[in-house]
Design a protein around this ligand. Structure first.
Ligand code: FES
Length: 72
């Protein structure tokens, strides 16, 4: 789904940006140009950003713990 029509920014592109470490609208605006033209996408982009951050947190929390045997 295209989130920012003016700059042709898709939801997937936001997902990839979050996976690359972006966590704020300021960063998305600066790096992707999202919301820098008409600004109508701001609310939707913020929603997608929050969803990505939540999913990443949940995914990271769900990773199994790995224990290594200690050799004395
Ligand atoms: S739709 Fe994003 S700046 Fe216009």
């Amino acid at each position: 789904m295209i989130v920012c029509v003016c700059n042709n920014i898709s939801e997937g592109k936001i997902h990839r940006a979050v996976d690359a470490g972006m966590t704020t609208m300021t960063e998305l605006r600066k790096e992707l140009g999202i919301g820098t033209s008409c600004g109508k996408c701001h609310t939707c982009a913020k929603h997608v950003l929050r969803e990505c951050l939540h999913n990443n947190t949940t995914r990271n929390a769900a990773q199994p713990m790995v224990f290594h045997a200690m050799v004395a």
